[in-house]
Design a protein around this ligand. Structure first.
Ligand code: HEM
Ligand code: HEM
Length: 343
């Protein structure tokens, strides 16, 4: 190595460290804001996604710098290099799938949605990213927080925000399918046409086929049979917005939860599926929740939760427990559950 190259190297490494640190912050930001958006079925989801998307564009902007660091790193024969390459592939898949979803160029990919691919690749990247960062520690130095460093970071953030805003304008101005997205980023599918409503379940839940004569619902201190429940006709028009990337509005009918549980004391109402899947709600919400047996005037089908499913206005799809078998009241706080189901 010549003297000139040696003199240049520390500067290159310092730059690399800044890029790596910025990437670390942006990846964490994308992850947190993505999940935050899934946690809301209301307007905060949009704000979270604006930050999320701008962060995604900033990651894209850093890729040329990161590829220089990666090339330099790959020249060193260190163990585990290929795990870093796999990390790179997963982040790229997630970025591309996110953009395909948002533009609408490819919303469905076989039985997967682009959104499922987007989140799935990001989840798979997490352990690799943690390992990558732990094994290649980057020291934070005061020079990283120098005026120039902060200014440069500001440029990347501002550039990413402008690129994101421009992409949204282009999507709308050119009438790409993405222009029709809801504020959660989801696409309309089969509204008021139950037969066309997509079927989707949380990660590991499988559709059970239930015999209505054998099925029982436990609620309000007694058991209910299917015909008894079917006789109720409380109605609600509500939108199921699935984290898989679609939404569907239907006319639901069944029985309001407060009517089922009757007069009772307790903090939470817990709705349990035959699969063991469950979600808790503050008891004050019982009057706004519906245990539906019908949508669009017809009985639910197995995929959509037959014999009975919960309808949660303004709650993302994973709150809408399907194949309900028990509605219980207890004294645990409603937040005493994982923010997202684990099964
Ligand atoms: C988008 C996420 C990232 C991807 C795809 C990625 C990918 C890579 C690849 C392919 C290499 C070269 C092979 C290797 O050394 O294992 C590398 C090297 C490296 N990465 Fe990352 N990386 C990412 C994020 C990060 C972050 C967040 C940090 C630290 C905060 C980091 C720190 C480093 C360091 C220190 C090297 C070694 C550079 C050298 O030896 O000259 N990387 N990265
Ligand atoms: C590697 C981590 C991630 C990166 C780099 C990333 C990046 C992106 C990008 C670039 C977009 C397209 C933005 C646009 O053009 O509107 C996007 C969209 C989206 N991402 Fe992520 N994302 C990541 C992880 C996640 C996770 C873990 C979730 C959810 C748990 C998530 C949820 C979403 C949603 C809902 C959209 C759609 C936004 C819309 O259409 O308006 N992302 N993401």
């Amino acid at each position: 190595m010549g003297a000139g190259a040696q003199a240049r190297r520390p500067v290159a490494i310092a730059r690399g460290a800044r890029t790596n640190l910025a990437l670390l912050g942006l990846l964490a930001l994308a992850f947190v804001t993505g999940w935050l958006a899934f946690a809301f079925g209301t307007i905060p989801a949009r704000w979270s996604l604006v930050v999320h998307a701008a962060g995604g564009f900033a990651i894209l902007a850093l890729l040329p710098w990161k590829s220089m660091i990666a090339r330099r790193g790959l020249d060193r024969p260190r163990p585990g290099r290929w795990a870093s390459v796999l990390l790179g592939l997963l982040v790229l898949v997630s970025l591309v799938a996110g953009l395909l979803h948002s533009t609408g160029w490819l919303v469905y990919w076989g039985s997967l949605t682009a959104m499922e691919l987007h989140v799935g690749a990001a989840l798979a990247a997490v352990p690799l990213a943690i390992w990558h960062v732990l094994v290649r520690r980057v020291r934070v130095r005061t020079t990283d927080l120098s005026r120039r460093g902060v200014l440069r970071a500001g440029f990347v953030v501002a550039g990413a925000a402008v690129a994101y805003a421009a992409s949204e304008v282009v999507v709308r101005a050119t009438g790409m399918p993405g222009a029709a997205r809801r504020f959660t980023g989801s696409y309309e599918a089969g509204s008021f046409e139950p037969a066309l409503m997509p079927v989707s379940s949380w990660i590991l839940d499988e559709v059970p086929h239930i015999d209505p004569r054998a099925w029982r619902l436990t609620a309000g201190g007694r058991d209910w049979g299917y015909d008894e429940l079917f006789a109720f006709d409380d109605r609600l028009t509500a939108t199921l917005d699935c984290t898989g990337g679609f939404f569907s509005t239907q006319d639901w009918s069944g029985v309001r939860l407060d009517r089922l549980i009757g007069k009772t004391t307790g903090l939470t109402v817990r709705v349990v599926s035959v699969t063991g899947y469950d979600r808790r709600f503050p008891i004050e919400r019982a009057a706004s929740l519906l245990l539906a047996t019908r949508f669009g005037g017809q009985a639910l089908d197995a995929g959509h939760g037959f014999p009975a499913r919960l309808v949660v206005p303004d709650g993302r799809g994973f709150w809408w427990v399907k194949w309900v078998t028990a509605v219980e009241v207890d004294d645990l706080p409603h937040w005493w559950q994982p923010p997202f189901p684990l099964q």
